[in-house]
Ligand binder design. Structure first.
Ligand code: NAD
Length: 335
């Protein structure tokens, strides 16, 4: 039986990296019946809502989506479709594994980085509650609840227990935001007591950022509220080669959306040079979610081999190949 999965190629380079990812998934032999859903900035503008109903209906039906980037206007225009999907489907956990890719030249290439970042995905300053109090004075509301903090903490600890992770670092700014971040950190401590086999510590977000750059190899699992999670997870991506290579998953109780975290890259869209690694890596998380661990391992090894060989990399990684040549190499390396 084929898995029914929603495919949202998105816009910009989205369709290019989505096609490449569909090709490598086909090559793994895992049968997937894609329900392709078009979503782009112009479709959103026409529909008048950042999450057109046909997109939501498809993910609600299939329970799983693989998603490319969608262009979002900055400082005005429609709201982020990504935030809308996360909210509508209650995808409360954003999961980003960050690890060294063999052979990939980065500033930290000699350091063995292997961490997983858990970011609360539904509240904090992303609640979208902003208003102008009086002219030229704007207020944004930072919402932190016990419900959401406990839920993300438990998710991170459960993941760590199942996957043999040994240490969780909760990141906060509770020295300043004593109430909101204070609540978050109290919830993390409470859940930590239920997992005595996992070491637990806390770092203030500014210190955590410095430590991540100075000693990235010492981090195992990071647990953060939404805004710090957003920033720190991109910082971490930068340690291992940038947004073009790290995967992302948005997980809820009943739905999961696997997505590349980079944007629609309008500067290179349509040129056939986009690097599909991030979406391919996200599809590896999707395969694991489906219970297709063997196919996930094969694809992971094939990507690693392609990076080690280094002869078919895309331009953003210092290579000279296009999306198709890179994809052909990954398929060729599938054992
Ligand atoms: P971006 O990630 O699109 O691009 C930043 C730089 O990285 C560009 O130079 C681009 O060419 C390069 N780049 C990104 N992905 C690449 C890839 N796979 N291969 C090779 N090079 C790659 O970020 P941006 O320019 O800030 O945003 C562009 C648009 O994307 C904006 O409208 C933004 O809102 C949107 N966006 C969408 C998502 C999403 O849908 N998940 C995420 C971030 C940004």
């Amino acid at each position: 039986m084929a898995y029914k999965i929603t495919l949202i190629p998105g816009d910009g380079i989205g369709p290019e990296v989505a096609d490449a990812t569909v090709r490598v998934l086909e090559a793994t032999g895992v049968a997937i019946d894609w329900e392709k859903v078009e979503l782009s900035a112009s479709i959103i503008e026409k529909s008048g809502t950042s999450l057109p109903p046909h997109v939501l209906e498809s993910i609600e039906r299939t329970g799983i989506a693989l998603k490319g980037p969608v262009t979002t206007p900055i400082a005005g225009g429609f709201k982020s479709v990504n935030v809308a999907i996360r909210k509508q489907l209650d995808l409360f956990a954003n999961v980003r594994p960050v690890f060294t890719l063999p052979g990939l030249k980065t500033r930290f290439q000699d350091v063995n980085i292997d961490m997983v970042i858990f970011r609360e995905n539904t509240e904090d300053l992303y609640s979208g509650l902003e208003h102008e109090v009086v002219k030229d004075v704007v207020e944004s509301l930072k919402i932190i609840t016990r419900y959401a903090s406990i839920r993300i903490a438990r998710y991170a600890f459960e993941y760590s227990r199942k996957n043999g992770r040994r240490k969780i670092t909760a990141v906060h700014k509770a020295n300043i935001m004593k109430l909101s971040d204070g609540l978050f950190i109290r919830c993390c401590r409470e859940i930590a007591t239920e997992y005595p086999e996992i070491a637990y510590n806390e770092l203030i977000v500014d210190n955590a950022s410095m430590q991540l750059v100075m000693r990235p190899e010492t981090f195992d699992v990071l647990l953060l509220p939404n805004l710090y999670g957003d920033i720190v997870s991109d910082l971490a991506a930068g340690l291992v080669g940038g947004l073009g290579v790290v995967p992302g998953a948005n997980m809820g109780e009943n739905h999961a959306v696997f997505e590349a975290v980079h944007g629609s890259a309008p500067d290179i869209a349509g040129h056939g040079v986009a690097n599909p690694t991030a979406l391919m890596s996200s599809s590896i998380l999707m395969l694991r979610h489906l219970g297709e661990g063997a196919a996930a391992d094969r694809l992971q090894k094939s990507l690693a081999k392609t990076f080690r060989e280094g002869s078919h990399l895309t331009r953003d990684l210092g290579g000279s190949c296009g999306t198709n040549e890179f994809t052909d190499a990954v398929i060729h390396n599938l054992a």
